[in-house]
Ligand binder design. Structure first.
Ligand code: KG4
Ligand code: ZN
Length: 335
């Protein structure tokens, strides 16, 4: 059995989890201290504020994760931490803590890529999932469809050429006055709206599965501003529903198209946007029609959390891929 303490601090959640692997993953604890309430005041994540809040709570989060898992530091096999990509000041808090802890307790240190962590959340919730499969990772900073050939081998087949899907949700939510983070707010309003009232543009590039969300975003914003200028009442629910449908339909349909091209039996959703009900519903529909099995983690494992980092760390541990004390935080890095 392998037991790992995993730390995540790449954006606005400080999280620590104890994850065990013994043929399948068992999450013993997954403590998440969210800074969302603080960043709401500013309408989005303020990097400097995020770093300071990570520093304030990281020790308590780790203590709580160890207590809930009822383990001692000497019972661990390794300490893992997200080192890229993310806000550098935020990442550094976790990286520095993990380095010092690994040194103090004399355990190996494992550096985890955040997006590989998001993908690996699926191994926790779908224990029988095995590569090859195709995975959509859609979060506040990333929108990628990856062909997961093997546990350590990813090929990015599609990516956004501008905004990430979550970023578009957050922006539209702000313009509609719904606040941060946008995804859950848009989803709530969309439930009471007509998703076919407005048709927003879906962009296709030649010979590429890439997507673009800046067009739909600008389209929605211009429409809202025009309505405001004319003194019309803003149909918030219908706009939210039509926008959500447009973005989710592109993501879900492309995921399944790529899976068909690759000839895989499984597709997965990952990242904060994977919490979206409409995305799950559309992906389920397209996957079913194609005879492909859809997997997605529970919401708590979709948004940033330590358990997904622990799951990814296990595969690094198995390879003996350990980091040394020169480990640094990296803002942007491909898988
Ligand atoms: O993965 P995550 O927690 O952090 C990053 O790595 O970015 O993703 C956060 C993003 C935010 O943009 C948020 O609005 C979006 O995920 N999100 C959602 C939903 N819940 C969170 N987007 C759509 N629908 C949701 N229910
Ligand atoms: Zn994330």
């Amino acid at each position: 059995m392998t037991r790992i303490l995993a730390i995540e601090s790449s954006c606005d959640e400080t999280s620590a989890a104890v994850v065990e692997y013994d043929g399948r993953f068992d999450v013993k604890s997954d403590i998440i201290a969210s800074q969302i309430e603080k960043h709401k005041l500013f309408g989005g994540v303020v990097p400097e504020v995020a770093s300071r809040m990570h520093i304030e709570c990281i020790s308590n989060v780790i203590d709580e994760a160890m207590e809930e898992a009822k383990v001692r530091f000497e019972d661990l096999d390794a300490v893992a931490v997200t080192y890229a990509p993310g806000l550098v000041g935020a990442l550094l808090v976790g990286v520095n803590y993990a380095k010092s802890l690994a040194l103090a307790i004399n355990k190996p240190l494992i550096a985890v890529h955040h997006i590989e962590g998001h993908i690996s959340a699926n191994y926790i919730s779908s224990p029988d999932l095995k590569p090859p499969y195709v995975c959509l990772v859609a979060s506040g900073g990333h929108s990628t469809i990856a062909y997961v050939e093997d546990y350590d081998s990813y090929k990015v087949i599609a990516k956004t050429r501008d905004d990430a899907a979550g970023e578009a949700f957050d922006k539209i939510s702000r313009v509609l006055g719904l606040g941060y983070p946008g995804g859950p707010q848009i989803q709530k309003c969309a439930e009471a709206g007509n998703q076919h009232r407005f048709e927003f543009p879906k962009v296709n590039f030649e010979n590429s599965y890439d997507f673009s969300f800046s067009g739909v975003k600008t389209n929605v914003i211009n429409m809202i501003h025009n309505m405001e200028q004319k003194g019309e009442e803003i149909p918030t629910n219908d706009i939210a529903a039509s926008f959500q449908y447009c973005v989710c339909d592109v993501l879900a349909s492309r995921l399944v198209e790529i899976a068909k091209e690759k000839g895989v039996k499984d597709v997965c959703l990952a990242g904060g946007v994977a919490a979206n009900k409409k995305l799950r519903e559309l992906a389920e529909k397209y996957a079913n029609d194609a005879g492909i099995q859809l997997h997605y983690p529970p919401i708590i494992l979709c948004t940033d959390n330590g358990a997904m980092i622990g799951a990814r760390a296990y595969f690094e541990y198995k390879k003996g891929n350990f980091a040394d004390s020169s480990l640094n935080a990296v803002a942007t890095k491909n898988m």
